[in-house]
Design a protein around this ligand. Sequence first.
Ligand code: AKG
Ligand code: FE2
Length: 331
Amino acid sequence: MSLRRLSPLPRLSRSLARVTTTQPPRAFARLYSSAQAVASTPNDTPEFTALGHNNAQGLLVNSNWTTLEDRPLTHNSVYSLLQNSIPSIRHRSLLSKEECSKLVGIIQDHGISTYNQKVVFPPLGSVGLSQFDHDKETYLSGVERASSLQKRFREEANVDVVGRVAAALQKATGLETRVALEDGRPYFAGMLRVVSNYIQIHSDYGPFDGPDWEIGGVVGQLSWNVLLRQVHGGDTIIYDRQWNGAADNAEFRKKFPSYAFQPLTVQGRIPKALAAIEGDLTFFNSRNFHEVKPCDMRHDTPEDTIRYTMSSFVGLLPASNGKPPCLVLWS
Ligand SMILES: O=C(O)CCC(=O)C(=O)O
Ligand SMILES: [Fe+2]
């Protein structure tokens, strides 16, 4: 077996010399210019060359990440994740065991829908509304109805998952954290996903998924997830490879299901295995390609193979028109 060596990389900022960027707000200079650089050079892969030369040790694999470990939720870890210099954040026990079991009881008594099966197949169960497969008016006018499950969580279990995540983010970063707004109308945030198969390799990034929406202006994007009932398996795998928009769509996107990308997209890139642990709040950079593995099937506990998570995206909106930068949430 060949040895794979991790080696330190020329920092992202070094390769930025090759691209022109507009002047960013000062505090966000690096993040902003990183986003611009990647977005403005779709045919180039500015971050690094995945595989170096074959040598006596085998293939050399580089990475943007300085660690493969989860980091706790802090100001620095959120910025590092937005800049893609770490793979993940884990905030343990956002929800207690008792809270998780109350929420699962409510879910099992609630109607479950699915994502648009023309885009996401096999069916991926959900309660909520996703920005990426709706037009603006359908999405914005459906927000209240889509919030029915969260309303029950608050009223019947006294648990406001999205509120707790927003408060934890605001406390850690000192940035205002709010639901994204489209001309003053709120987005939906806080999707319940019910995974009974798997989720294929894909990426989520507002500037590509909604260039004409408020979220099209984010300069970095994370996903957060809270697992509501322990499963065996069902890990999230995150690859150190960011979506480059149209060029990647043309080369690697599947015709069906159209949300998914071929494994070749991430060949040679370092993967991070993010374990699913009940009650934990985890974050990763959602512009990185990622997938969810199937749960292990067991003779004794067949019902364990259904994986329930609450989730939304978090984007960093830079300062504009005299307003400070802020974090926005949406699904
Ligand atoms: O369920 C997960 O762990 C990740 C799901 C996902 O694709 C996301 O949160 O963007
Ligand atoms: Fe995703």
